[in-house]
Design a protein around this ligand. Structure first.
Ligand SMILES: Cc1ncc(COP(=O)(O)O)c(C=O)c1O
Length: 439
């Protein structure tokens, strides 16, 4: 028997506290009351009073000029691209480390996602690499403020201006993050948020678009509502003049219900306090992790005035510790009596099991397009290194626990490092073999 819990040793987290973790998602009695009221009313579908109450409040909280709900964060990106009239053969630069939806939405409008590498200490877009990828065909950059780090927005906005390309913010991970006091989602031409269950604001499923101009708002409205013009909608954001009804165009149904809006109103009421609580715990935990040799906290930019966390992440130095992140996670989870809660970050999109752009017949536009959407043609070594060797991440739920729990997490990390020799000798959990970068 070894010292590490993985090898039968005594775990850092007491058995009596094994199930004592903060839960997610959360709701309260006021949410339940409102849901019941809606159920009894005859107003269930889109464009209801709760939906627009929520849209105005959430856009205002993030500092965006206009905003509206849509069916989910994947569709939010698709509608952003469509509103900006980005389509067949246009190139869109996206990070190589993100949930597959960021790139898949581009392929779904027949654009070509170009995978850019990320910074090793934030996993946000490497803006030098991004600039080197800009061509005449580039129409937009989709930035993902990943997990708990924000891209240098000031620099990114000026890069987009310099090259006359659009900026789309994928803010699925950062409801309540502020850059120099202004919310993410208010910087891009269009932004997209997700309200899927795991997100820091949730209605089970759901999404949201923010935008800067009245015209983009009108377009987004029509795009999410079967092409109907905005005049069908109640007066919001002070937009009193209905647009020309003849402006209707082809689109699908990407709307939300009043029940989703009701749940989101409750989530928004709780959001700021929750974000501040997580941020406080993250700052504390990072200060503890920074003291442990071979462990590297993520970098927080000084312009970030409030950081929201979809995930809390850190890195190990695999050369120094001579173990992989997969091995480290197995030991850390065991110390905290958890299963797979600490894990590697997203699979790089050039090797991602769920990003398979060449599997749908409708994307077979021609041989050149088929070749262009092959993700294996992109080189993103930092994403690969983080996934296979150094990156460790865990859901924001962890940060909703007590300071005592943060101390236990830091103690568990330290114990694994202190007994790293024992971990090296243990049977290594399998790291997925990296096979991309061919073709
Ligand atoms: C970065 C990112 N973008 C987009 C999405 C898609 O959101 P949804 O699941 O609401 O479609 C997600 C979902 O996890 C995400 O993490």
């Amino acid at each position: 028997m070894g010292k590490l819990a993985l090898n039968g040793g005594r775990a850092i987290r007491a058995k009596s506290r094994a199930k004592d973790w903060a839960s997610w998602p959360v709701s309260d009695a006021a949410d339940a009351k409102l849901l019941a009221e809606i159920t009894k009313s005859n107003r269930w579908s889109y464009d209801g009073p709760h939906e627009w109450d929520f849209a105005e409040k959430f856009a205002a909280y993030q500092g965006a000029k206009f905003g509206l709900c849509c069916s989910n964060g994947t569709v939010g990106i698709q509608l952003a691209l469509e509103a900006l009239e980005i389509g067949a053969y246009d190139e869109v630069i996206v990070p190589g480390m993100t949930w597959q939806a960021t790139a898949a939405a581009c392929v779904d409008v027949n654009a070509i996602p170009i995978l850019a590498d990320v910074e090793p200490d934030t996993w946000n877009l490497d803006l030098d690499h991004v600039e080197s990828l800009i061509t005449k065909k580039t129409r937009a950059i989709i930035v993902v403020h990943l997990y708990g780090c924000v891209t240098d927005i000031t620099k990114l906005v000026s890069l987009c201006k310099k090259h006359k390309i659009h900026l789309i913010e994928d803010c699925a991970h950062q409801h309540g993050t502020f850059w120099k006091g202004k919310g993410v989602g208010s910087f891009g031409d269009v932004a997209s948020f997700s309200f899927q269950e795991s997100k820091t604001m949730s209605s089970g499923e759901g999404g949201f678009n923010m935008c800067k101009t009245k015209d983009l708002f009108y377009k987004l409205y029509s795009l999410r509502n079967c092409g109907r013009p905005y005049e069908a909608c109640p007066v919001v954001f002070g937009l009193k003049n209905p647009v020309d009804v003849s402006m209707a165009f082809q689109s699908g149904n990407y709307r939300v219900t009043e029940w989703q809006a009701a749940i989101l109103l409750g989530a928004l009421r709780r959001l700021d306090k929750q974000v501040k609580g997580r941020d406080k715990n993250a700052i504390y935990l990072n200060s503890q992790l920074a003291e442990i040799p071979g462990v590297l906290p993520m970098r927080r930019r000084k312009q970030v005035t409030q950081q929201s966390y979809f995930n809390f992440s850190f890195r190990i130095n695999p050369k120094e510790l001579k173990v992989t992140n997969a091995q480290f996670c197995a030991a850390l989870n065991a110390e905290l009596r958890l299963t797979n809660v600490f894990q590697a970050p997203y699979e790089p999109l050039n090797m991602c099991g769920l990003y398979k752009p060449r599997t749908k017949v409708r994307h077979k536009l021609d041989a050149a397009y088929w070749k262009a959407i092959n993700p294996k043609r992109h080189k993103i070594p930092v994403c690969v290194e983080a996934y296979t060797k150094s990156g460790i991440t865990t859901h924001h739920q962890l940060l909703m626990n007590s300071k005592k729990t943060m101390d236990e997490v830091a103690a568990a990390v330290k114990k694994v490092v202190d007994n790293i020799g024992e971990l090296r000798d243990a049977t290594a959990p399998k790291t997925k073999k990296y096979t991309a970068l061919s073709d």
